[in-house]
Ligand binder design. Sequence first.
Ligand code: HEM
Length: 113
Amino acid sequence: MDLFSALNNIQNHFFNFKVVQLPKRKQFTLKEVSAHCTENDCWMVIKDLVYDVTEFMREHPGGSDIMLEYAGTDATMAFADKPHSLDAWIILEKYIIGELVPEERMFDNKASS
Ligand code: HEM
């Protein structure tokens, strides 16, 4: 029995409601991400999460060209090297489409197992 089933059983028994398991994120390899490297189809990896930033690229305050340089790649270092505020992280949240497969992750982040 996994952890969620165990918790659900306990909750059912005492409180009569269910603990909901969030749907798992889709997983991608870096090779899959690399196929999305144009201005009309632009994915990036930042801290092991995969983002489709095609729409946002046109609105990027730093310009679309600089983002296009990192299209289809792991842009974690580039993103961290530039002045990005909390706002930028909040914007990013909107564009998550998945996470890297566990064997290709570099951070111990909230990506699921
Ligand atoms: C991938 C998603 C990205 C998002 C959501 C994003 C978001 C933003 C935002 C909101 C700003 C305005 C300043 C702020 O509020 O932080 C900004 C500025 C900037 N970004 Fe990004 N950014 C992204 C990727 C990148 C990448 C890959 C680069 C490449 C180096 C980059 C380079 C810059 C630069 C140079 C500025 C400063 C513009 C200026 O003030 O002149 N960004 N970005």
